[in-house]
Structures are given as C-alpha cells and as structure tokens.
Design a protein around this ligand. Structure first.
Ligand code: ZN
Ligand code: ZN
Length: 249
C-alpha cells in the first residue's frame, strides 16, 4: 500500500503492506498517508488485524485515522480488531490521536504486545525477531499455504534478519540508504546491505522497500544488484506479490 521510507513521497504513502489470504486480511504497518491508499484495495471494515513493526511515525501514525473511522462510523462503532505492536503501542497511539489515556482507541482496537517468537494470527503463522533500529522493532516472517514472505521493517545490519528470512519466497527489505562514507550505524540498510542479507538468507526474490524520496531508484537498484544475483525489484504501491494479483489504482 505504501513503500516510501521515513516520510510519504509524491507517489507513495509511508510503510504499509496488506497480507490477504482471501479469507483474512492483515495490515502490516500503517504509516502516514497509508490509510487512504489502503482503501483502494480493501474496505476498512474488512481488515481483520494489524501488526505494527515499531512506533516510528512512518510505520504507525495512520492508526489515528483508522481509530476515528472505527469509532465514529455513522452506522455505529465498527468491529474491534486486534493490533499487535511493541509494548506501549496503545499509550503511544492514544497520545498521538489526542485522546485521554484509556479511552477511544481501545474501543476500536484490542492491543496485543508483540514478543519475539512464533504465533498464529488468523490463518497466518507469524514469526518475529528483534531488528537493529533505535527503538524496539520487529521483523516478520509470515507463512501461509506453503508460501513464506519476510519483512525487515526498519533495521541496520542484523544477523536476525538473515535467520528470519532464511529460504523465504520473498524478502521485502528496507533499503533506505545508498552507499556513502558517513552513514549512521544501527539505523537502516543500504541497498547493497539489503542485497547481502537476501543473498545470505537464500531468498527466492528480493523486493526493496522503505525507499526514501531523496535517493535515485536507479542507484538503489544498481547497488543492490552488485550484491544479489536473484530476482530483484523495487516495491511500488498497488503491486501484488506471491500470486496476489492486486494492481495499481
Ligand atoms: Zn521507517
Ligand atoms: Zn523506524
């Protein structure tokens, strides 16, 4: 739904992915701008669960609008759904939306603390691991019907990401940086580093995401291709993966 890194781009919302099995719809991250884009593909009433990788604004802030849509619908409050996120997700989002603590947002959402490990969410088998980012951040391995998708969320270089993505059909991996001399440590991956993680994990396909508007996409692709010889592409809004035929709108 959105693949812009750190802030929305002219042609993309910030991070948001829809995992749709046909009978179950999971929203993975809901960054700024993404709530609008999401509605091109799914009714908000049909979202069954949300997972938030971490509490940076570009991954969670449109939960504020989602809460309004759930709580103030003209037909009455909408179905309460689970929201999995780092501890303190409810407090953080309640502050962001400007509600008194303990009101409003918990009518719309049942918050569940994410921990590292494996759990079932609907028909999805989901394994999470801590990534290398300044706030608590989870990467995801999502398994369903014999298919495996891994998602880095935001991370600097992380051996945990290689383990999480081992043998995945697709790794959706952040590539916020291009090569440079003074990149901050333990924050984000360069495209080349993302490709290195994909190669080590032996994934079937690498999709680069969290693409920041000030980078040249051609440079991102070129630097990743130097470190990974499998199928490689850039994320874009509306693109389907793993047999999902969603197209741009
Ligand atoms: Zn981010
Ligand atoms: Zn972040």
């Amino acid at each position: 739904m959105g693949c812009a890194g750190s802030f929305p781009a002219p042609d993309s919302a910030a991070s948001c992915y829809l995992i749709d099995t046909g009978s179950f719809k999971l929203v993975l991250d809901l960054g700024n701008g993404a709530l609008g884009a999401l509605q091109r593909y799914v009714s908000l009433d049909d979202v069954d669960a949300v997972c938030l990788s971490h509490l940076h604004a570009d991954h969670c802030l449109d939960m504020c609008g989602f809460s309004v849509a759930k709580t103030h619908h003209p037909l009455g409050p909408r179905r309460r759904i689970p929201v999995y996120g780092p501890p303190a997700t409810a407090e953080r989002l309640t502050r962001a939306v400007g509600l008194d603590p303990g009101t409003g947002m918990t009518d719309a959402f049942a918050f569940v603390d994410l921990v590292a490990g494996t759990t079932e969410i609907g028909p999805l088998r989901i394994t999470t691991a801590h990534m290398n980012h300044p706030v608590e951040t989870f990467g995801f391995r999502i398994e369903h019907d014999g298919q495996v998708l891994a998602y880095s969320a935001d991370t600097g270089p992380a051996p945990e990401l290689v383990r999480l993505a081992a043998g995945a059909d697709v790794l959706v991996c952040e590539a916020s940086f291009v090569d440079g001399p003074d990149l901050p440590a333990d924050l984000h991956l360069t495209a080349r580093q993302a490709a290195g993680h994909a190669a080590q994990a032996g994934v079937g396909e690498l999709v680069l995401t969290h693409l920041v508007a000030w980078n040249d996409p051609a440079v991102t692709m070129e630097q990743a291709a130097a470190a990974y010889d499998g199928e490689l592409s850039l994320a874009r809004p509306g693109r389907g993966l793993l047999g999902n035929t969603t197209t741009g709108a």
